[in-house]
Write a protein that binds this ligand. Structure first.
Ligand code: GLP
Length: 253
């Protein structure tokens, strides 16, 4: 069954080539609109992309000076100086190397005393910025996007998410390999902010993502696979390496 939205699938030979192509796409978008409002993911997948963006910035090919960046999600309850915070990841891998203005970096505060109020504040900040121009997304092995986790329902707005066991296992690397040390909850943008982004770029590399990609891109829309709702987006670009395409060529073409 064809998805309802217009979907562009780009398959490249390696994760490196995917990172390069997505970086070039962002350079173009920033050249067209220097005031781009971006949502940025963490995880292993975007590391190469951030490395390319930093290199392109150093070469003088891209400036973020008028752009705004929203962090997609954040672990809840870590101390403000904890290195596993996603805010720290984004600073380490991107923000400290490029010319984004501090006041246009939007962070979810995982140490906020009132997490619900922090989510409401973040929604207001997003609305004040005019919503997302570009949502850059990875996909969890269980089909989550940002920290919109599988379950009986999805939430439209920024919210406190209960992390699935699989997600805590996937994030254990940040906690000396110990899933039980991964926070049980997180803050995340909701599906509405992602689906209202003017462009959505879903990036997935490696063979471990092949099965969930088939479910997300060609399966039924179901809150059990939150990424399946991206099929509704009118401008979804999916960037894969051949490993992530796996045996899905026929299904996805
Ligand atoms: C993380 C994040 C997501 C990310 C996903 C995939 O836990 N919450 O934003 O896209 O899981 O991570 P990875 O790229 O390491 O597979």
């Amino acid at each position: 069954m064809r998805p309802p939205g217009a979907q562009t699938l780009r398959v490249l030979p390696t994760a490196e080539a995917v990172a390069e192509a997505v970086a070039e796409r962002l350079v173009e978008a920033l050249a067209r609109n220097p005031e781009l409002v971006l949502a940025l993911p963490t995880g292993r997948t975007p590391l190469l992309l951030y490395r390319h963006l930093v290199a392109l910035h150093r070469e003088g090919r891209v400036s973020f000076s008028r752009a705004t960046a929203f962090q997609l999600d954040e672990l809840l309850g870590l101390a403000p100086d904890h290195p596993a915070r996603f805010a720290a990841y984004l600073t380490r891998h991107l923000f400290q190397h490029v010319d984004l203005a501090q006041e246009r970096i939007q962070r979810l505060d995982g140490a906020a005393p009132d997490p619900e109020a922090e989510c409401a504040r973040y929604e207001d900040a997003l609305a004040a910025a005019g919503g997302l121009d570009v949502a850059l997304l990875g996909i969890g092995d269980n089909g989550h996007v940002a920290f919109n986790e599988p379950g009986p329902t999805l939430q439209a707005r920024a919210h406190v998410a209960v992390l699935a066991r699989q997600t805590r296992e996937a994030n254990a690397g940040l906690f000396a390999g110990e899933p039980s040390h991964v926070p049980t909850h997180a803050l995340t943008l909701g599906m509405a902010a992602l689906l209202q982004a003017r462009e959505v770029h879903l990036v997935a590399t490696g063979a471990s993502k092949a099965d969930i990609l088939r479910a997300a891109l060609r399966g039924p829309l179901t809150p059990q696979v939150p990424a399946s709702f991206l099929q509704l987006h009118p401008r979804l670009s999916v960037w894969l390496d051949t490993a992530a395409l796996g045996q899905n060529e026929a299904a996805l073409s």
